[in-house]
Write a protein that binds this ligand. Structure first.
Ligand SMILES: [Fe+2]
Ligand SMILES: [Fe+2]
Length: 167
């Protein structure tokens, strides 16, 4: 039983560490999205990024809430993955001179970010379940659903943007 408790304590630490990285991730996405909105020429794409920026601000608030409940404060820990993804997105924006190619590139960058977020929240939701945190699970599930919807919308938008570029 002692070993089991130690494992749960380790999992709890891993869970809160990962929540702190998720908070850093969301804060960095809030900073990155305005440039992506500004650089989008397709109006549907710009609207999708704009709406997701509002949702992302909500993700910051929700993750802060989970952290305050778990640790008493909303600290961050550096998410190295999102820093690389944002740097890569900035390079793609600079490299693409053609507006259609830039839109395609923005969609690709956006989907890479969403896929990372989906992996993070899917994992956190599972860990919350293992820790018996039903309320946390519901919050994480609500964020996960918005990340998945954002990803699906970008796939849909890519359909017509890709066709315009190929024409
Ligand atoms: Fe998010
Ligand atoms: Fe997202």
């Amino acid at each position: 039983m002692k070993l089991f408790s130690a494992n749960i304590e380790d999992l709890r630490t891993l869970y809160t560490d990962t929540l702190e990285k998720a908070l850093d991730m969301e804060q960095k996405i809030v900073k990155a999205l305005p440039t992506m909105i500004e650089k989008s020429t397709d109006t549907e794409l710009a609207t999708a990024f704009r709406n997701h920026l509002e949702q992302t601000k909500g993700h910051v608030t929700k993750v802060e809430g989970l952290l305050r409940k778990a640790t008493g404060e909303a600290s961050t820990s550096t998410c190295k993955v999102i820093s690389s993804l944002v740097a890569s997105a900035e390079d793609s924006i600079k490299d693409a001179k053609d507006t259609g190619i830039r839109d395609i590139s923005l969609i690709a960058s956006g989907q890479q970010v969403e896929h990372h977020e989906i992996a993070v929240y899917g994992t956190l939701r599972t860990w919350a379940g293992l820790l018996g945190q039903r309320d946390d699970m519901a919050v994480l599930e609500s964020i996960l659903k918005e990340e998945e919807a954002a990803d699906h919308l970008l796939t849909q938008i890519a359909g017509h943007v890709n066709q315009q570029v190929a024409a």
